[in-house]
Design a binder for this molecule. Sequence first.
Ligand SMILES: NC(=O)c1ccc[n+]([C@@H]2O[C@H](COP(=O)([O-])OP(=O)(O)OC[C@H]3O[C@@H](n4cnc5c(N)ncnc54)[C@H](O)[C@@H]3O)[C@@H](O)[C@H]2O)c1
Length: 282
Amino acid sequence: MKVSKVLVAGAGQMGAGIVQVAVQAGLQATMIDVADEFIAKGMAGIEKQLARAVEKGRMGADDRDAALARITTGLDVSAGADADLFIEAAPESLEIKRGLLERAVAVLRPDAIIASNTSSLSVTTLGGFVGGPERFVGIHFFNPVPAMALVEVVRGAATADDTVATARAFCEALGKTPITVKDSPGFVVNRILFPMINEAAQAFAEGVASAADIDTGLKLGANFPMGPLALADLVGLDTTKAILESLERDLGDPKYRPCPLLGELVAAGKLGRKSGAGFYTY
Ligand SMILES: NC(=O)c1ccc[n+]([C@@H]2O[C@H](COP(=O)([O-])OP(=O)(O)OC[C@H]3O[C@@H](n4cnc5c(N)ncnc54)[C@H](O)[C@@H]3O)[C@@H](O)[C@H]2O)c1
């Protein structure tokens, strides 16, 4: 099936980003949230991004207007009942996602694909809330969605091959590069990235090198665009610690345990860029 209409639940950072790239790629998109104020905030973010693209000459004003005209909004799944693909980008709560998925099954066409943008919940578990789990798949975008090329397409235990193929084709139509991943904690990127960030934090705590030298080491020695400590500050040290804790719990391996310095920085309110200080001062 080719996706031409997408319904996105959640007008937050991720949901609005997904809607933006979908309409820029010529798809129709419906964005829903629980209150008008959240829809307005999501729409304002999309309008600002597209205005910047026009200013920089990356997009014509007519194309911007046409893209915005392809967005409709609403406060319930029924606002996009004819969608080919539903993606929920609501908060990372099993209960919220369960409610949305059950509502989606009741309202959408039986052949529509149902997806979650979850970072850490089990795709197989979420698929259990959908009458036919073979049409359920994880579509894990990265933040910020318009800038990040990768999407992890996550195959739950019951996801059908056709569903994975449709999800991959949808990502490619958006100009993204999908990788296919079996449902497992942290998928591919977070499972590999966060232990590396943790190791960098531990090396810093042991006085192996300064934060700047650790980051320069990985940038110039491993060709990373950004050092691991600067990246941790960007993600947020509280989020970094929470991701490591969930990897440790879900994979049952102490090698993912957050290094003590991360806990100390978080307890001191040093959460990275968003609080003005972390491994660096901003
Ligand atoms: N932020 C990231 O870096 C990132 C990256 C990849 C994946 N994710 C995942 O994406 C999802 C959304 O994250 P976010 O950062 O965009 O969160 P966010 O808090 O920015 O946005 C969530 C939005 O969902 C809305 N919402 C709450 N309940 C709802 C419901 N029942 N129906 C419709 N909308 C509802 C909220 O009002 C809010 O606007 C989460 O599952 C998260 O794990 C986040």
